[in-house]
Design a protein around this ligand. Sequence first.
Ligand code: CP
Length: 356
Amino acid sequence: MEQRHLINIDTMSLDWWEELYALCSRIIDNPSDFNDACRGKVMASLFYEPSTRTNFSFQTAMMRLGGSVFGFSNPASSSIAKGETLMDTIKICSAYADAIVMRTPWEGAALAASLYSEIPVINAGDGGHMHPTQTLTDLTTICRKRGSIENFNIGLCGDLKNGRTVHSLIMALSKFPNISFYLISPRDLAAPDYILQHLKRENQRFIEVTGLDAVMPQLDILYMTRIQKERFTDPLEYERNKGVYILTKSKMKRAKKDLIVMHPLPRVDEIALDVDEDPRAVYFEQARFGMFIRMALLYTMCRMPRKAPGAVKAGKGPVCTNPRCITQQEHYLPNLTRELERGRRCLFCDEEIGGK
Ligand code: CP
């Protein structure tokens, strides 16, 4: 099936991933062969939230393919500041560009954008929900460092509630064989229900623990994340949880010799600087792989023909009560939900609505 947009990683098929990764490997091995691969193509870069890696790696990816980039890294510099809706912004950018890359604090915003776009929309992070291109980066790193994506124990450590990179990575890894998940977080910051339900539905092996030290010797991959300060509504909750996990050189002594330590970055204090010297720490290489897999993604998506979006029936207000859902902000969005055994789930942000 054609992957026209990249919104949620759960739509990714393994065939699609393998093709993308093969292209990425060709780019890594022979980058100059791709210097003109996107000559004449234009990427719209809409960043409503701060970013270093995702924003810059997408921009440099497009430049290295010979294409061009326009957009903003602060929405206040666009007509959004005058009250323009997301729908109208997307209609305009889709008239000018060949692909839209967007990051927002609103969960489900990329899905909302895709409803009104003639060109592919790539989710570069939507609130605390999903970050599919970080996951492509992570899968690339695992393939390059371990040779394949199978048969390992992965520890995901930190803010699993608000960490969108973790949500996307869990969704993606559950498509690959024989992976065990160790979900390491404070109880306040455990993975959301829709992620745990997904793991159960897919018959994945997982345990939730609060301590890193005890599970460290069992891990093949340790995926550290920061406590996501910007997502907390209660500053006391952040104060209670900050600094809870700090990976140090001495903790690394308990780990396997062929462990890899990954981190989507930015780091705050959860990995001590002296761990950087350890050859098992691969997070800076990981960020570089992110540029190459985004080159492969842009190469694939910018070449798709324009396609008028289907008619969208306007809604009458928020679809769910999640204060971070895009439907709280953009009231014309359609009422997209999925039936559950009990209640329904919002298709924009994946939060359960009307559950018992
Ligand atoms: N990993 C990641 O998304 O980093 P940025 O927020 O700097 O883009």
